[in-house]
Design a protein around this ligand. Structure first.
Ligand SMILES: *[C@@H]1O[C@H](CO)[C@@H](O)[C@H](O)[C@H]1NC(C)=O
Ligand SMILES: *[C@@H]1O[C@H](CO)[C@@H](O)[C@H](O)[C@H]1NC(C)=O
Ligand SMILES: *[C@@H]1O[C@H](CO)[C@@H](O)[C@H](O)[C@H]1NC(C)=O
Length: 692
């Protein structure tokens, strides 16, 4: 009975109720709290999430520790469900909504003390910053940043009134560069909810960076593409110059009055430079003012090639000899002056006569040299040339010019004519030729001067040497010839005192005659190249030639310097005798021809016979073949004997001539000194000649 009473008591009912309540609906608590940080763009809607389990109290929102009431179309509950305290903020605005928000729930009963409050939730309302700005020296930087080569500068970039602060990056050209320090963020004084981001860059002026852009770029979540601002580097540097030839490179050496070329001075400078030309270190301006230098090349216009490179041109149209020299150019601007660039212009030119101070050197010269001597005769006037002139000499002989090999390349490049062992044929006119070679082409110029050489010496009889080692000359005549002429050429200077012919016991001077048989013609001077030489023809005429006239004739030439003589053997042939010999030879030839044709005929016949024998029967030799062989052997013998006969006759002829060979004179004059020449010949006649 006691247990029933306990169960029915009101205290028991209350306790049960309490236990039931606690089990079915517990104490109120947050299921989801607003995030600690959240961003929203201006004018967008945003929800601050806040969900409470077993919510018993009321939802309240605070911003920056102050309660916020619900306003339709601005602050609204996100839903009507029991535990959802989520706040919907419409059209987020920096001034009203940016700050720290708290979600709170009042207690279910004052006795329970179960009120809730979330942590502060940062809601950031994004604001797009202004275009970043470059600053230098406390002022806004314009389109260019001018720096001197090597100068350093600190420039700043500021991105203002942005929320959150923008992130600043730097670029020089296309390369990102590191700022001098980490960017700083500070709230704006006049708008404390926005930020000024500030970054500093150290810039060094370098000529290779001239013209490059410096860019500051601000990245911000409000836009996908970052906004930037830029300024161009303007580096001031001192000029640098270099010289170029046009054509480049030169294909051939510049030649006087023939080559066209130009020199270009390229000056790299900022700001623009003034280009000056120099020749052999003297400024052009001074040369022009001076007026003494006759030719200066034309100065072309100075033109701008690209941003910083200027080109000044010198035109040689065409190159002149006087243009040779060292050309330099220099450029100057406000920063400084360049080192000079130089080019040495070498102008080649053909030989030209060097002007001696007022004196005309091209005069004619005549010299006399002793036979067989060695002499340095003439000197060619000096020629100017580039490359330096060389000289050669020619000897004019009629229409033929003979070049004299410069055996001894003497000091002046062959200017002096050197002759060794002078001969009579060295007489005559010489010309000197100066030459050089330009671009593979030989340039020659002949000196105006005429140089004439005379040779003096004892008489020398000049006769062409005959084949065979004979020391006399032959002249062949025919018996019955109307006039036969013996002649010999000789040279002598001074002219001969005595020219005489001698035979047997007779002798006769030139210009005299023994009537009616002999006449020695007067001396006939020989003219060569329109010049009278020191050589003569001596001629002896023999009329009505007979066999008895065949003998040795001696020519004697004598001057105050010496004497010379020669022997001429006159052979007189009988025309009838020769006719007989000619007939004999003809007969012999005919006979030989006949024999040969007989031989050929029999050979052919024999072959044919052999062929026939092969066809019919082999073996026997034809009798007429044997016979014909014997005949050809006979013929051979007769030819041999006739050959022996001719040899015998010839040797007997030689023997008879040996009788007259009383004056053995060697005609080898080349290596003999003039003194030796005077005495070397003992002429057959020593007394003055007598006329018969
Ligand atoms: C400045 O702001 C940017 C962007 O919010 C941030 O990344 C950077 O760390 C801040 N710098 C400093 C020094 O506070
Ligand atoms: C200008 O021209 C020069 C040669 O003509 C060249 O070396 C240089 O790089 C150029 N500069 C620019 C900025 O184009
Ligand atoms: C010209 O040449 C002559 C003879 O060779 C000489 O005497 C004279 O001094 C020269 N005159 C000059 C100006 O060289």
């Amino acid at each position: 009975m006691t247990s029933d009473r306990w169960i029915r008591s009101p205290m028991f009912l209350l306790a049960v109720a309490c236990v039931f309540h606690a089990f079915v609906s517990g104490e109120q608590r947050f299921i989801e709290k607003p995030p600690l940080y959240q961003e929203v763009s201006t004018n967008d809607d945003v929800q601050l999430r806040c969900i409470v389990q077993d919510k018993a109290g009321q939802c309240i929102w605070q911003k920056d520790r102050r309660p916020v009431g619900m306003h339709p179309d601005k602050y609204e509950w996100a839903s009507n469900r029991g535990g959802d305290c989520t706040l919907l903020i419409r059209r987020a605005n920096l001034y009203f909504d940016d700050g720290f928000w708290e979600c709170q729930v009042t207690s279910s009963d004052f006795t329970r003390q179960d009120a809730l409050s979330s942590e502060q939730s940062r809601l950031l309302v994004r604001v797009k910053p202004r275009k970043p700005q470059l600053e230098y020296g406390g002022a806004e930087l314009g389109a260019t940043l001018t720096l001197k080569d090597g100068q350093e500068a600190m420039i700043a970039c500021v991105s203002r009134y942005g929320n959150p602060p923008a992130i600043i990056k730097w670029f020089v050209g296309n390369d990102e560069v590191e700022p001098a320090a980490v960017q700083s963020n500070a709230t704006e004084v006049d708008n404390r909810k926005t930020w000024a981001a500030h970054s500093v860059l150290r810039v060094r002026g370098q000529r290779e960076n001239h013209g490059l852009p410096i860019r500051c770029v601000a990245a911000h979540p409000t836009s996908l593409t970052p906004i930037g601002t830029e300024s161009r580097l303007d580096i001031h540097y001192s000029p640098e110059v270099r010289l170029e030839t046009n054509p480049q490179p030169l294909s051939a050496a510049p030649e006087d009055s023939a080559s066209f070329l130009s020199l270009k001075c390229l000056a790299d400078a900022n700001p623009p430079a003034n280009i000056k030309w120099f020749k052999d270190s003297v400024p052009f301006s001074a040369l022009l003012a001076d007026g003494t230098s006759s030719s200066l090349p034309i100065q072309g216009k100075t033109i701008l090639l690209n941003d910083t490179v200027w080109s000044a041109e010198l035109l040689f149209e065409p190159v002149k000899r006087d243009d040779a020299g060292l050309y330099s150019c220099k450029a100057t601007n406000i920063v400084g002056e360049s080192a000079p660039a130089s080019y040495r212009l070498d102008v080649q030119y053909a030989p030209m006569l060097k002007k001696m101070n007022g004196n005309d050197t091209s005069m004619d010269m005549e010299e006399t040299a002793l036979l067989s001597s060695a002499v340095d005769l003439f000197e060619c006037p000096e020629f100017e040339a580039n490359p330096p002139a060389q000289y050669k000499w020619v000897h004019l002989r009629g229409s033929v010019t003979e070049t004299i090999g410069n055996r001894v390349q003497n000091k002046g490049g062959g200017r002096r004519l050197h002759l060794e062992n002078i001969m009579w044929s060295d007489e005559g006119e010489y010309r000197c030729i100066a030459f050089n070679t330009i671009n593979g082409i030989r340039r020659e110029i002949t000196s105006d001067g005429r140089y004439v050489l005379h040779v003096t010496g004892p008489p020398e009889i000049q006769a062409r040497p005959l084949p065979g080692e004979k020391d006399f000359y032959e002249s062949v005549g025919w018996a019955g010839e109307h006039v036969h002429r013996l002649k010999s050429r000789f040279c002598s200077r001074p002219p001969p005192k005595l020219v005489a012919w001698q035979w047997g016991s007779s002798h006769i001077r030139a210009g005299e005659s023994i009537h009616p048989k002999y006449e020695a013609l007067p001396l006939e001077p020989i003219v060569e190249n329109k010049m009278v030489t020191n050589c003569y023809w001596a001629k002896l005429e023999i009329k009505d030639l007979r066999k008895e006239d065949a003998r040795m004739y001696t020519l004697l030439v004598e001057s105050e310097k010496g004497r010379d003589s020669t022997n001429i053997n006159l052979i007189v042939k009988d025309p009838t005798e020769t006719r007989v010999i000619a007939a004999a030879v003809a007969v012999g030839l005919l006979f030989m021809l006949l024999l040969i044709s007989v031989g050929v005929y029999s050979l052919l016949k024999m072959r044919r016979r052999r062929y026939l024998q092969k066809v019919e029967e082999e073996g026997s030799i034809a009798a007429d073949a044997l016979y014909s062989n014997g005949a050809s052997m006979d013929q051979q013998k007769s030819i041999n004997s006739s050959h022996a006969k001719t040899i015998a006759r010839k040797s007997s002829l030689d023997g008879s001539q040996g009788v007259y060979d009383y004056s053995c004179i060697a005609k080898q004059t080349r290596a003999i000194s003039p003194e030796a020449l005077k005495v070397r010949r003992a002429p057959a006649v020593l007394q003055p000649p007598t006329i018969v």
